[in-house]
Design a protein around this ligand. Structure first.
Ligand SMILES: NC(=O)c1ccc[n+]([C@@H]2O[C@H](COP(=O)([O-])OP(=O)(O)OC[C@H]3O[C@@H](n4cnc5c(N)ncnc54)[C@H](OP(=O)(O)O)[C@@H]3O)[C@@H](O)[C@H]2O)c1
Length: 258
C-alpha cells in the first residue's frame, strides 16, 4: 500500500492508539478522515495534525451514523478503512451485566463488520484498497477476565480471515493486526495492575502505531505483535490444553484484580 496516495478513514481516532496512528499516517503523507464520538476531541486532533485531515463524528453502534460515515468516506475518496475503535470490559463473565457484553460485541465486532459491509462496494472500485482490522492478542489467546472482549476480538480475526479469502481475487487487501497491551486509557487501573503482576509488557501507542503502519505497507495478512505473546497465541492454536493449564495457574491472580 502506497501511503502517499492513501486516503484513510480511521475510526477511534480520538483514542490513545488512534491519535498515534493518525500522527504516523499523516507523517507518511496519507490524507485522513478521522472518526470518533467526541466532536471536541476530533477537532483538536484535526488542528494538531493540520494538512489533509478532516473529521466526522459517529457512534459506530448506531446504523444511522454508519450511513453518515459511509457517505462522508465516499465524499473524501477513501481507499483505506482502519477499524480501530474499540472498548474493553474487565471482569468475570458471570458478573458482567448483559448490556456491557452487548456493547463490547457491538463495538469491537459488529461495528467493524457493518462499516466494512457498507464501504466494500466502494473500496472494490478503487485501484488500490485496504481494510485494516485492529484486533488483539486476546483474539488468539482468549484470556480469563476478558471473556466478552476476547470473544469479540476472536470474531474480528475470523471475520478478517474469511473476508481476506473472499476478496483474494480483488484489489482489496484485508490486514488483521493483533497488538499486545498498549499503554492507553482503554486499560483501567485494575487491568494495569493485573498486567504488572503477570509481567505482561505494554507497548507505547507510538510503537504500536509504527508496527501497524508497517503491516499496512506490507499488505495482506495477519500480524501478531510482541514476544512472548506471539508464541503463546500460536501455541493456543496448536495445543489449547497447554494454555488452559498455564492460565489455570494464573486464575487466582486474575480474580484478585477483577
Ligand atoms: N490498549 C490496549 O491495551 C490494546 C491492546 C490491543 C488492542 N487494542 C485495540 O486497539 C484499538 C484502540 O484502542 P485504544 O487503546 O486506543 O483505546 P482508547 O484510547 O480507549 O480509544 C478508543 C477509541 O474508540 C472510540 N470508540 C469507542 N466506542 C465507540 C463507538 N461506539 N463509536 C465510535 N467510536 C468509539 C473512542 O472514541 P470517543 O473517544 O470519541 O468516544 C476512542 O477514539 C481497540 O480496537 C482496542 O481493542 C488495544
Amino acid at each position: 500500500m502506497q501511503l502517499k496516495s492513501a486516503r484513510i478513514l480511521l475510526t477511534g481516532a480520538t483514542g490513545g492508539l488512534g491519535q498515534a496512528l493518525a500522527h504516523e499516517l499523516a507523517g507518511q503523507g496519507a490524507a485522513l478522515l478521522l472518526a470518533g464520538r467526541d466532536t471536541a476531541k476530533l477537532e483538536a486532533c484535526v488542528t494538531r495534525l493540520g494538512g489533509n485531515v478532516k473529521s466526522v463524528s459517529a457512534d459506530l453502534t448506531q446504523p444511522d451514523d454508519i450511513a453518515r460515515l459511509h457517505a462522508a468516506a465516499r465524499d473524501f475518496g477513501v481507499n483505506v478503512l482502519i477499524n480501530n475503535a474499540g472498548i474493553n470490559a474487565f471482569g468475570l463473565f458471570e458478573n458482567d451485566d448483559w448490556l456491557t457484553v452487548e456493547r463490547v460485541i457491538a463495538t469491537n465486532l459488529l461495528a467493524p463488520m457493518h462499516l466494512t459491509h457498507a464501504l466494500l462496494p466502494w473500496l472494490k472500485e478503487q485501484n488500490q484498497a485496504a481494510i485494516v482490522n485492529i484486533g488483539s492478542t486476546f483474539g488468539s489467546l482468549p484470556f480469563p477476565g476478558f471473556t466478552a472482549y476476547s470473544s469479540a476480538k476472536a470474531g474480528l480475526r475470523g471475520f478478517s480471515q474469511a473476508l481476506r479469502r473472499e476478496l483474494a481475487d480483488s484489489r482489496v487487501e484485508v490486514v488483521h493486526v493483533a497488538p499486545r497491551a498498549i499503554a492507553t486509557a482503554l486499560n483501567t487501573d485494575a487491568v494495569n495492575a493485573l498486567n504488572r503482576e503477570l509481567g505482561s509488557q505494554a507497548d507505547s501507542p507510538e510503537s504500536a502505531a509504527r508496527q501497524i503502519v508497517a503491516a499496512l505497507r506490507a499488505g495482506r495478512g495477519e500480524h501478531h505483535f510482541g514476544f512472548p505473546e506471539r508464541l503463546f497465541a500460536w501455541l493456543n492454536g496448536c495445543a489449547p490444553s497447554l494454555i488452559d493449564q498455564a492460565l489455570k495457574a494464573k486464575l487466582a491472580i486474575v480474580k484478585r484484580h477483577v
